[in-house]
Design a protein around this ligand. Sequence first.
Ligand code: KG4
Length: 335
Amino acid sequence: MKILSIESSCDETAAAVTEERRVLSNIVATQIAEHRIYGGVVPEIASRRHTEAISAVCAEALSRAGTSYGDIDAVAVTFAPGLIGALLVGVNFAKGLSLALGKPLIPVHHLRSHIAANYISNPELKPPFLCLLVSGGNTVLAEVSDYTKFKIIGGTRDDAAGECFDKTARALGLDYPGGVTLDRTATCADSIKYPLPYPQVSSGEFDFSFSGLKTAVMNLVNNLSQKGEKPDVPVLCATVRQRVCDMLIDKTIGAALKYGYKTVAVAGGVSANSELRVRMSAECSKRGFALFYPELRYCGDNAAMVGVQAYYEFKDGNTGGSSLNAAATLPIDYR
Ligand code: KG4
């Protein structure tokens, strides 16, 4: 079954052609350069750029896969969660295509597709497993009991892990997108010396909180600046990265032990973080857990992962019609 999939939930306009877990083409038109001057994604600009790019990106995906609209068996699209205006561009384009081609429309949840990025790179991975989903807008620990069945066992109470990295990077004047630059800068540090807190969550054993860490960084930078001093940027980046990784790893391992999972996956843009990958691998191998990551090229937003998840959604009967709407927020375990 050949699926043309579309992703436009944030600042990448992406299209792919997939067959089950196989990627025939994967095109991503990024808007990073455009949002860089603002230090973050401007939703209105993102929607406009998606509108301009989507037709050409889909045509390129078909051409690279050596196929055409006539050969496609279904059209898949990210419909939630994300920036509403950006999502609507993809959803409406996909609805038009599905109607014109007379092919099924498959709505895909963005976080489910991030998990599916793992299926592309790891053919042996299948549910059940525990997944840590860490991206710019979400931090969720979920049980993946089947390809389309999820149970949330923890999540962030405030900021997402990626947001904490991005805002810290911005406060330190690092280049956008911040998480990647912070990771690279932290790797040059020779110590971890700043007394940053480990934010605690009083209820919810597997919940996370990152906003206190972000605020502590801002306060530290402001206090130093009032004294005419500057932070040691690599050391501060390394300290923040270590704190975030500690929280993510502790909760994930704790949840795997409590719920009896021996297979763990990490997904989302932050799964590209170099310290998280190395330390999570070490912690999992210590306990005999199998650990899975997407390849780096599938960690960020892309449409190949949407197509792979769409295949499983279709098998489960989850198709949409002309009344499909986008949603800015929707939990991964929606019904
Ligand atoms: O999954 P994603 O591409 O978009 C969302 O769906 O949110 O995730 C983007 C997030 C951003 O916060 C970005 O800074 C972060 O992933 N990110 C990283 C790294 N690469 C991307 N954070 C830490 N280390 C990285 N290497």
